[in-house]
Design a protein around this ligand. Structure first.
Ligand SMILES: Cc1cc2nc3c(=O)[nH]c(=O)nc-3n(C[C@H](O)[C@H](O)[C@H](O)COP(=O)(O)OP(=O)(O)OC[C@H]3O[C@@H](n4cnc5c(N)ncnc54)[C@H](O)[C@@H]3O)c2cc1C
Length: 472
């Protein structure tokens, strides 16, 4: 078959890949998008962000009903039909993936479903169900993403040992579930299963869950986990797993003692590894780091002048919105707009209950890097909106440059923190000062006021809480 010629080929149809393909097509480029799955959308739509948030929302309905008894509203215990729950979640995924396919078609992005394999710096082969297809291109953007890490010691081929992909299928609600790893994926899925009724034990090797967030913001999330999970074990390690009838025998270490326990299912959530193997990159000049992520510069250029890499495969923070941004940077760079890749803010959100979100500099980072900061905090116990929502367990925190009063970082824990952090990201990105935030009228009663009032705390005159007068 004759090779197809194109200006840009994008390998991988996840958030990074489809964003890059759509943006390049919108700018008038001839684009081919290659995806090995039957559907576009990548991990995020098919087995990541979207299905997990659908399940978290379903779980939230249950906890909201449970927590309303003290307001005099009592519901019966929920009856959970996992088949219907799965079908509802799948309907959302199908709708979104179908939408991405339709948008590709309308933009004249030529989608090829198959596995791409580079044959050189300007050519690749796609293994499709109909046979091989060759593509010659001027520029390639690699967006092949990542997959769950599964340490060899846990990889018994037993379906009861799950990664996030299987856990999102909610095949059943195990009575006893062990979660290995207290990162955001483990915490979110732990929240789902604990609310659906599993007795969840979480084991984390480090001395805290949710690495990267400030300790005071993690505290309310940890309090939730301690109340709703059966147990959270920090500084604990799983050593070995083996099959024991219909269960998994788990040997672990905790507080200097060896434990041997049986679980109905185990979720291994210990990180993600790049999809960089079997791509034929040895036929190109692309280089990978020691973990297998593709090395890129701040414009997403690899060591091969024709090839770019974006999203999870390019390492760094493995989040969909980082992939979205990098897709645009790669295309802008191809178009000659190489001034767009300034350092930018990537907010992080953990969709637990309460949610935890932060952006820019954290307090811990500032201390480690010796940055002269001041911290202003507004506790949600003083927020009218938080009280009407019956959720005063939040905190809004600003990290402020002591000299310029610029907002360097924002951290929020509480319901809806994932939505609220967008204002923080804008503040850090635009270099606004605490004064700007305090002078911006925020609607009442909303949780967004906590951002304004945290800025007022900095100046010592927050209305709804007492704060120390700031020295002029
Ligand atoms: C449970 C879970 C929850 C998450 N929740 C969030 C969240 O709330 N917010 C957030 O921002 N991020 C979240 N993430 C992370 C997010 O899903 C990823 O960061 C994002 O999907 C990365 O996008 P990407 O385009 O780089 O790669 P991917 O989404 O991994 O897509 C890569 C695509 O490339 C395809 N591919 C791979 N190799 C080839 C090949 N050789 N040929 C053709 N196609 C190929 C794959 O099939 C895949 O479709 C979550 C992840 C998980 C697992």
């Amino acid at each position: 078959m004759e090779p197809i010629k194109t200006e840009i080929v994008v390998v991988g149809g996840g958030p990074g890949g489809y964003t890059a393909a759509f943006y390049a097509a919108d700018l008038g480029k001839k684009v081919i998008l290659i995806e090995r799955d039957k559907r576009l959308g990548g991990v995020c739509l098919n087995r990541g962000c979207i299905p997990s948030k659908a399940l978290l929302n379903a779980a939230h309905t249950i906890s909201a009903a449970r927590e309303s008894a003290h307001r005099g509203i009592v519901f019966e215990a929920p009856k959970i039909d996992t088949n219907q729950l799965r079908a509802w979640k799948e309907s959302i995924v199908a709708k979104l993936c179908g939408g991405i396919g339709m948008l590709a078609q309308k933009r004249n992005v030529h989608v090829i479903h198959g596995r791409a394999h580079f044959e050189g710096s300007n050519s690749l082969r796609v293994e499709t169900e109909q046979g091989q297809q060759f593509v010659n291109y001027e520029h390639a953007i690699i967006a092949t993403g990542s997959k769950p890490a599964m340490p060899k010691a846990f990889d018994l081929g037993n379906p009861r040992i799950m990664t996030s992909t299987e856990a999102l299928e909610t095949e059943d609600i195990p009575e006893n579930l062990l979660i290995v790893g207290g990162g955001y994926i483990g915490m979110e899925l732990g929240t789902v299963y604990a609310t659906l009724g599993s007795k969840v034990v979480m084991v984390e090797a480090l001395d805290s869950i949710l690495l990267g967030a400030d300790a005071d913001l993690v505290r309310p999330v940890m309090a939730y986990a301690k109340k709703n999970f059966k147990e959270v074990r920090l500084k604990s390690k799983v050593l070995k797993m083996s099959t024991s009838g219909k269960q998994i025998k788990v040997e672990s270490e905790f507080e200097g003692q060896k434990k041997e326990e049986l679980y109905d299912r185990v979720l291994v959530a210990v990180g993600r590894v790049p999809n960089g193997d079997n791509l034929g990159l040895e036929s190109t000049k692309v280089q990978k780091d020691e973990k297998g992520f593709i090395k890129v510069d701040s414009n997403q250029r690899t060591s091969d002048p024709s090839i770019y890499a974006i999203g999870d495969i390019a390492g760094g923070i493995l989040l969909a919105h980082k992939a979205f941004r990098e897709g645009r940077i790669a295309v802008d760079t191809i178009m000659g707009e190489i001034g767009t890749a300034d350092k930018y803010v990537i907010p992080a959100v953990v969709f637990t209950d309460p949610e935890l979100a932060w952006c820019g500099l954290t307090e811990a980072q500032a201390k480690a890097e010796g940055v002269d900061i001041e911290v202003a905090k507004f506790p949600w116990g003083a927020s009218g909106r938080a009280l009407t929502l019956d959720r005063p367990d939040g905190l809004t925190k600003l990290i402020i440059c002591a000299k310029t009063e610029r907002i360097l970082g924002v951290g929020i824990v509480g319901v809806g923190a994932g939505e609220l952090i967008a204002e923080g990201a804008l503040a850090v990105e635009m270099g606004v000062t605490a004064k700007d935030l305090s002078l911006t009228v925020h609607p009442h009663p909303t949780l967004s006021e906590t951002v304004m009032e945290a800025a007022e705390v900095f100046y010592g005159h927050a209305t709804h809480t007492l704060s120390k007068k700031r020295a002029e």
